[in-house]
Design a protein around this ligand. Structure first.
Ligand code: HEM
Length: 307
C-alpha cells in the first residue's frame, strides 16, 4: 500500500521547524538517495522519542522536480501562482526542497534539522529557516484560533492526498508555502468587533458567524469556496505562528491532492469577487515568500533512491 509522508496529515504540535533549501549541484542520483535518508532520519527520531509526536515532510520544488525525477512528473505539477493586485501580492521565492519538521519538543526539531543539514550540506544552501510554535490554544498571533475548519478524520486524507487519479503519485501531496508577516500595530488598532468581521468568526470563543452575517470581504468568506456541484473545495492547513520581539506572522502551509484549491482560494483573497471585496485580512498581513512543492509518497522516494 502507498504510504504518505507522516507530516502531511499530522495533528497540530507544539513546535515546527520549516527549512527551505536551494540545491547547488546537479548530482541528482546522490540527492535521490539522500532524500530517502531524510525519511530514515524522521523515522529514527519518531521511534526514539515517540512521546514527542515527531513528523516530517520532505517536498520537492516544482522547478527542481524536473532535475531530480525527470522520468516521472505528477500530473498537476505547476509553479507557484504569483499574484498582484493593488498593494496585495503573493510573490514566488526560491526553493528546491521544503522540509517541515514538527514535534512537541523544540530540541528534537532542532536535532532533526541539524542532522538533515549535515546530510545534505555539500549539495545545498539554506535559503530560509523558520521556527513555528503553538500560540495559546492554537491561535494565530492576531488572536484568532487557526485550523478549526480543517478537514478531520478520513476526510483529511481525501483532501490532502493524491488518489488513484494519478496512480504513480497516489499518497503524494501538493504543498504550498507562504511566510506571512503581520502588521501587529495596525491590527491592534482595530476594535474586536472589526477584527471579528475581518475573519467572520468571534475572537474569544471562536464561533463562526452565520453565513448570511459574514461580510463578503471576510477571510472565511473568501476562502470558503464551492465547486460547480456545490461541494466544498478544501485544503489541509499545517500553518503555525512564528516570530520574535520585532517580526511576527504566520508560516502558512497548505497540503492538497491538487494545486487548484489553494490557487483558487488565494485568487479569491487577493483579487476578490470583482466587486472590491478582496480579503481584508490582507490589509494587515503580507506574504513575503511563496513556494510550490510536491511531497511524494514514501514508496516513491524509496523506489527512486534505488534507480
Ligand atoms: C496570514 C495569513 C492567514 C491567517 C492569519 C489565517 C488565519 C485563519 C483563521 C484564524 C481562520 C479561521 C479558523 C479556521 O477555520 O481555521 C482561517 C480559516 C481558513 N483559512 Fe486562513 N489564514 C491565513 C491565510 C490563508 C491562506 C493563504 C489560505 C488559502 C489560500 C487560507 C485558507 C483558509 C481556509 C480554507 C479556512 C477555513 C474557511 C472556512 O471553511 O471557514 N488562509 N484562517
Amino acid at each position: 500500500m502507498t504510504q504518505a509522508q507522516k507530516g502531511i496529515c499530522a495533528e497540530p504540535n507544539l513546535h515546527a521547524l520549516y527549512l527551505t533549501l536551494i540545491v547547488i549541484d546537479d548530482d541528482a542520483v546522490t540527492m535521490r538517495k539522500k532524500i530517502a535518508q531524510v525519511l530514515a532520519l524522521f523515522s529514527h527520531y519518531d521511534e526514539e522519542y515517540y512521546e514527542a509526536m515527531v513528523s516530517g515532510i520532505v517536498a520537492v520544488g516544482t522547478d527542481y522536480w524536473y532535475e531530480l525525477y525527470p522520468r516521472s512528473i505528477p500530473q498537476e505539477l505547476a509553479p507557484f501562482p504569483i499574484m498582484n493586485s493593488d498593494d496585495r501580492s503573493a510573490p514566488a521565492t526560491p526553493g528546491d526542497l521544503f522540509i517541515q519538521i514538527k514535534a512537541d519538543r523544540v530540541d528534537i526539531c532542532h536535532a532533526i534539522g541539524t542532522r538533515i543539514i549535515e546530510l545534505l550540506r555539500p549539495h545545498i544552501d539554506l535559503f530560509e529557516e523558520v521556527k513555528g510554535f503553538r500560540y495559546l490554544d492554537g491561535r494565530d498571533l492576531t488572536g484568532f484560533v487557526d485550523g478549526t475548519e480543517n478537514p478531520k478524520g478520513m476526510q483529511k486524507f481525501n483532501v490532502a492526498l493524491v488518489g488513484d487519479q494519478d496512480l504513480e503519485f497516489a499518497g503524494g501531496s501538493y504543498i504550498h508555502v507562504q511566510r506571512y508577516r503581520h502588521n501587529m500595530e495596525k491590527w491592534q488598532q482595530l476594535s474586536v468587533a472589526t477584527q471579528e468581521e475581518t475573519y467572520g468568526r468571534t475572537k474569544a470563543d471562536n464561533v463562526e458567524f452565520k453565513s448570511t452575517d459574514k461580510a463578503p470581504f471576510s477571510h472565511t468568506k473568501r476562502t470558503s469556496l464551492k465547486d460547480k456541484d456545490g461541494k466544498s473545495i478544501e485544503i489541509l492547513r499545517q500553518s503555525m505562528p512564528y516570530g520574535d520581539m520585532t517580526i511576527q506572522g504566520l508560516y502558512f502551509v497548505s497540503c492538497a491532492k491538487s494545486p487548484q484549491p489553494f490557487t483558487n482560494m488565494l485568487k479569491s483573497m487577493v483579487y476578490g469577487d470583482g466587486e472590491g471585496n478582496y480579503d481584508r485580512l490582507l490589509d494587515f498581513t503580507n506574504a513575503e515568500t511563496g513556494g510550490a512543492f510536491f511531497a511524494p509518497s514514501i514508496n516513491f522516494i524509496k523506489q527512486q533512491a534505488k534507480e
